[in-house]
Design a protein around this ligand. Structure first.
Ligand code: 4UU
Length: 524
């Protein structure tokens, strides 16, 4: 029997994300919506709404409208939020780009999504221009928020006297195209509609005690769906104050929490390691923290408890996936007693089941099965990729996550394994297929396969199995790692290399990752 959420269904208004978030600020209009944690600069809800309207008007003047894709390649700042919602308010679609991307990776996303404009910041301009040139976007189409010679700036856009265009998007239209490799292959555009994003905000609304008094720290990037929905948009929805950080730095993280008296901190597990162990943590007054919420990779309960004890706060865990907008399961604020290895309950409107990947049969409580999820937050598909969509979404509307979970009689889910290829390094996606394709371009490499392995600290890291070409005995592990590192974003680096004689493959030529994992388990 599929497991229904133990929570009553919530209503999902049939509106655009803008209409959902930007109506009736009431007495909160003059309150800070966003604070730039680095500089202290503040934007109120009313100011943000004004900026969003101006950006939408300026984009419409430049011919951007319904169905157009605009890429956003920038770190977390209050201006990111204004641009994100300005693009949506112009009836267009945001494709959010990983800040660490190389020009090649950015160019791939620009061309795959068909982006017409690219927003960036001056420190990223070299990469942005190189990518834009590769896909034939002119400098006019590259907008530099903080300004750069020969480019339109945010200030230029805000100077428009035009009115924002009429809103024509509906809840069923595409709002964002974040990129995810899903269960197999390279990064693909994940089609999330306005309805998907609005639904997920309504669904998580009943799980967490987030109010207009809450200060949320946004250190996880807005380009990733966790930062986008749970930090940026949840903060706006609840009229909370979102304090932004452009990148993770432990001292700066602690300073900002302590100085702005942040109560709610969303993290990925590696941050928990620092919070539990680093001596510097004791130098800051962190008594303001009520809740630390971890997601994007498995949190170890012992580690979570150590953080809770040291900081005197509640630690919670949730499960999400880009294709789920992203949250489908989480621990509610009022149940810190749940097993912290778990991801809590299915959120409202979510039905999930666990299915034996070998037999396709549903399994019962206590047994392991692939997690399938159905609900209004499930993506409509992958952009221009019917094949990947068909293997991920079934006819009944279940999304096959590629994660293996167990569930208790009470409906508490725990993620215990992964059957998909995807590797997560510090919570960020590393698609093995992309690394394998890259490795095969090396003239001394005959064949290659990449899987995730655990390093000495228990972190998942990408490991490449490499078959050398004949007469390439001189190829070293360092050569392989350096070759990859020069061509891809740092989080995708190969961190372990093993040379082998042959990559195990099925009759149809598919890499048998299971055999590589078994080999790894036997030797480590
Ligand atoms: C074990 O990482 C995400 C989304 C994370 C998220 C967001 C809001 C978690 C909780 C929340 O409230 O998305 P992706 O698409 O980058 O990666 C998805 C994959 C999952 O399929 C799973 O393999 O990341 C892994 N994952 C987890 N694994 C995500 N959360 C967990 C978790 N435990 N808690």
């Amino acid at each position: 029997m599929p497991v229904r959420s133990p929570y009553p269904d919530v209503e999902i208004p049939d509106v655009s994300l803008f209409d959902f978030l930007f109506t009736d600020f009431g007495e909160k209009a003059g309150a800070p919506a966003l604070i730039d944690g680095s500089s202290g600069a503040t934007i109120t809800f009313a100011e943000l709404e004004g900026m969003v309207g101006k950006i939408a008007a300026a984009l419409a003047e430049r011919g951007i409208g319904a169905g157009d894709v605009v890429a956003l390649f920038a770190p977390n700042t209050p201006h990111y939020v204004a641009v994100f919602h300005g693009i949506l308010r112009a009836n267009a679609i945001v494709t959010s780009v990983n800040s660490l991307y190389t020009p090649g990776e950015l160019a791939h996303q620009l061309s795959d999504s068909g982006a017409k404009l690219l927003f960036t910041v001056s420190p990223f301009l070299d990469r942005a221009r190189a990518a834009a040139a590769e896909v034939g976007l002119s400098n006019d189409a590259v907008i530099v928020l903080d300004g750069a010679e020969g480019h339109t700036s945010l200030r230029d856009l805000l100077a428009t006297t035009a009115q924002p265009p009429a809103q024509t998007v509906t809840a069923a239209d595409t709002a964002v195209l974040p990129y995810s490799s899903g269960t197999t292959g390279r990064a693909k555009g994940v089609i999330l509609t306005h309805r998907n994003l609005v639904a997920n905000l309504q669904q998580i609304s009943v799980m967490g005690d987030v109010t207009n008094d809450t200060k949320i720290l946004a250190v996880l990037p807005f380009f990733h769906i966790y930062g986008m929905t749970v930090m940026m948009n949840q903060g706006l929805h609840k009229r909370s104050t979102v304090v932004t950080m452009p990148r993770f730095d432990l001292q700066e993280f602690l300073r900002i929490i302590s100085e702005y008296r942040v109560g709610r901190v969303y993290i990925a597990p590696p941050v928990a390691v620092a919070l539990a162990k680093h001596p510097i943590v004791d130098q800051y007054d962190l008594t303001c923290i009520d809740v630390i919420f971890s997601g994007a990779a498995p949190l170890d309960a012992e580690l979570g408890h150590a953080v809770a004890k040291r900081l005197g706060c509640t630690v919670l865990q949730g499960y999400g996936m880009t294709e789920l907008s992203p949250v489908s399961h989480c621990m509610p604020d009022d149940r810190p007693d749940l097993d912290l290895n778990s991801c809590g309950f299915a959120i409202p409107n979510v039905v999930s089941k666990l299915v034996d990947p070998e037999t396709g049969e549903e399994v019962g409580p206590g047994e392991r099965g692939e997690l399938w999820v159905k609900g209004p937050n499930v993506m409509s598909g992958y952009l221009n990729n019917a094949e990947a969509t068909a293997i991920t979404l079934d006819d009944e509307g279940y999304l096959h996550t590629g994660d293996v979970a167990t569930v208790t009689e009470d409906g508490v889910f725990t993620i215990v394994d992964r059957v998909k290829e995807l590797i997560k390094y510090k919570g960020y996606q590393v698609p093995p297929a992309e690394l394998e394709a890259l490795l095969l371009t090396h003239d001394k490499i005959a064949d290659a396969a990449v899987i995730g392995v655990r390093d000495a600290e228990g972190e998942e890291v990408p490991k490449a199995f490499v078959v050398r070409q004949e007469n390439a005995a001189d190829l070293t592990a360092d050569d392989v790692m350096a070759f990859v590192a020069e061509r891809i974003a740092p989080h995708k680096k190969v961190r372990v290399v093993e040379f082998i004689d042959q990559i195990p493959k099925s009759a149809s030529g598919k890499i048998l990752r299971k055999d590589l994992r078994a080999r790894e388990a036997a030797t480590s």
